[in-house]
Design a protein around this ligand. Structure first.
Ligand SMILES: [Zn+2]
Length: 97
């Protein structure tokens, strides 16, 4: 499969986009598709890929949806200003960050 491996979309200007970023998601419960602002998501980064998930509430059926977040999704969400929760605690010296 020919896939574009050239991904040169890295910003080089040291600035952050402030436009409201929306993510297109689908609810597995009611099958509705909708767009939510980054504000509506919570990204939970665990110690492994299996425990790294993102969650949101369906505005239609009010279900709490949690899905596994791959590396690319994590990148997209963090770049979109989504709240990030780190599940694993690093036991280093003086680690309040
Ligand atoms: Zn739903």
């Amino acid at each position: 499969m020919p896939a574009p491996s050239q991904d040169a979309s890295e910003p080089e200007y040291g600035l952050t986009a402030v436009a409201p970023i929306r993510f297109k998601v689908a609810c597995p419960e009611c099958r509705a598709g909708f767009e939510l602002p980054g504000d509506a998501f919570l990204l939970a980064i665990g110690a492994s890929r299996r425990t790294t998930t993102y969650s949101f509430s369906c505005p239609r059926c009010d279900a709490s949806i949690r899905k596994p977040a791959g590396r690319r999704i994590v990148e997209l969400l963090t770049q979109g200003g989504v709240r990030t929760l780190r599940l694993h605690t690093a036991d280093g010296p003086g680690g309040q960050g």
